[in-house]
Design a protein around this ligand. Structure first.
Ligand SMILES: N[C@@H](CCC(=O)N[C@@H](CS)C(=O)NCC(=O)O)C(=O)O
Length: 217
């Protein structure tokens, strides 16, 4: 099979979800660190200037969900998309909750101001923006708590793309002081995240590990 190239940056939760998908499948890729996502050459790969982007045999694909589903189809077992229609629909729903509500207005505010901005730009967190994001964050946590319920994974007995995508984002928030307050009423999410973090796919894709990959590339 020809080479897979992942264009991303260390620390990107979306990038991590793609890298963890490769790891869950037991497949390899080349990591290509992006510097300047809004300028050439990256802007030609992704006109919206985001990461990650996948390249495979000349096929260039952006949008994390599309990349994860593509990898699930072209790489070998285990399947990361449930066969049961209701479980598959639940997976799709949770992934869209991640993109529309967990990322937009929650992780791209709290995660950005607490972790990304201080680490990459040396700027102080915008406390007002973080406080304003908390009500939405509480709704997202309550809903993920309800949807996970007592199951080990979001779609039942085995890990799916939904677990990978959501965990990449929640693990980011878990490193912020807001985490304790947000996760207080959701012990199932806390133990689920611990289970995800103990998987090789997550241990090998932390910000630090991906930074090492980027350095070695
Ligand atoms: N809808 C996109 C979102 C990707 C995204 O927002 N990625 C972030 C990093 S996690 C990014 O590229 N941020 C850089 C920027 O906004 O300039 C996807 O699913 O891939």
């Amino acid at each position: 099979m020809s080479e897979f190239v992942v264009y991303s940056v260390p620390g990107s939760p979306y990038g991590r979800a793609v890298l963890a998908t490769f790891s869950e499948k037991g497949d390899s890729y080349r990591f290509a660190a992006v510097s300047g996502s809004r300028s050439e050459p990256h802007i030609s790969r992704h006109p919206f200037g985001r990461v990650p982007v996948l390249e495979h045999s000349g096929f260039v694909l952006y949008e994390t969900q599309a990349i994860m589903r593509y990898l699930d189809r072209v790489l070998h077992d285990p399947a990361l998309y449930p066969a049961d229609p209701a479980a598959a629909a639940r997976m799709d729903q949770v992934m869209n909750i991640c993109d529309w509500y967990l990322f937009q207005g929650v992780n791209n505010v709290i995660g950005f101001h607490r972790i990304v901005a201080p680490r990459l730009f040396g700027s102080a967190p915008d406390e007002a923006a973080i406080a304003a994001a908390m009500p939405k964050a509480h709704v997202v946590f309550a809903e993920l708590h309800r949807l996970l319920g007592k199951r080990p994974w979001f779609t039942g007995e085995s890990v799916s793309l939904a677990d990978i995508l959501v965990a990449a984002h929640l693990d980011f928030l878990a490193q912020t002081p807001e985490w304790n307050q947000l996760a207080q009423a959701s012990p199932n999410l806390v133990s689920w995240l611990q289970r995800m973090n103990s998987r090789p796919s997550f241990r090998s894709t932390t910000w630090e590990r991906v930074a090492e990959l980027a350095k070695a590339a």
